[in-house]
Ligand binder design. Structure first.
Ligand code: NAP
Length: 246
């Protein structure tokens, strides 16, 4: 049997996660497709990945809960025997100004966007260290670099991911485990679809290339970062934002 690499993509039932899963499948990588609630969406992701003839497995799990992450990893080891690539993509927003933000909204966003990566990276690092190979990509955000009014919770979680990325890159580099973060600008998905048209117009004015990004743009960058062509890149935060953060 062909010994393909195995990747876990968290939150791959739609949007950026789905595009990453499909792009990696196209590169002949077996894909563990995680989702939390959207079974219909995740099946669509799987169908598209299957077209490339790789092995795929859907694993449900709320990545903000350590017990559920543990179960997902137990199943990965059981079914694939290893994990080569981890993409921490699962994320949510709960926007509002700090003065009126409830502690719950702060905590929930931190748990889904940041604690999830702590749980997954801990388990993945152990498996990867044994095999002396690993590629971890954390999907951060431009907002984690420059902040955004109405998103203290989200920007804290995304800045936290950047700190974790750099620290883990230093901890694991000697075992051939490379850890990088991606900072997307505005990508057209369900997450950004919620914003009203006036807000979108204002954001567009800030983007030098004058259009929003697509989930596939992120899929292509992730595909490069996990490929052998990126073997000398670790601990970096790569912006992909049409110039928004220049
Ligand atoms: P999206 O369309 O809202 O999709 C979010 C995905 O995360 C869904 O698959 C969802 O799964 C999953 N998810 C949410 N909570 C989860 C949990 N507790 N456990 C497991 N999965 C969970 O969002 P997107 O725009 O594709 O964003 C993907 C990532 O990119 C996020 O981390 C986001 O912060 C980041 N990002 C997005 C943009 C942008 O402009 N869109 C910009 C910068 C960064 P279910 O539907 O099954 O619950």
């Amino acid at each position: 049997m062909e010994n393909r690499r195995v990747a876990l993509v968290t939150g791959a039932s739609k949007g950026i996660g789905r595009a990453i899963a499909i792009r990696l499948a196209q590169s002949n990588i077996d894909i563990v497709i995680n989702y939390n609630r959207d079974l219909e969406g995740v099946k669509k992701t799987q169908g598209k990945c299957n077209r490339f003839g790789v092995r795929t497995e859907i694993l449900q799990g709320d990545m903000s809960k350590e017990e559920e992450v543990n179960l997902v990893f137990e199943r990965i080891v059981d079914r694939f025997g290893k994990l080569d690539i981890l993409i921490n993509n699962a994320g949510i927003t709960k926007d509002g100004l700090l003065i009126s933000m409830k502690g719950e909204a702060f905590r929930e966003v931190l748990e889904v966007n940041l604690f999830s990566a702590f749980y997954t990276m801990k388990l993945a690092s152990r498996i990867m260290a044994r095999n002396r190979f690993g590629r971890i990509i954390n999907i951060s955000s431009i907002v984690g670099i420059r902040g955004n009014a109405g998103q203290v919770n989200y920007s804290a979680s995304k800045a936290g991911l950047i700190g974790m990325t750099k620290s883990l890159a230093k901890e694991m580099a000697s075992r051939n485990i490379l850890v990088n973060a991606i900072a997307p600008g505005f990508i057209e998905t369900d997450m950004t679809d919620k914003l009203d048209d006036k807000v979108k117009e204002k954001i567009l004015e800030e983007i030098p290339v004058k259009h929003f990004g697509k989930p596939e743009d992120i899929g292509n960058l992730v595909n490069f970062l996990v490929s052998d062509e990126a073997n000398y890149i670790t601990g970096q935060v790569i912006s992909i934002d049409g110039g928004m953060n220049i």
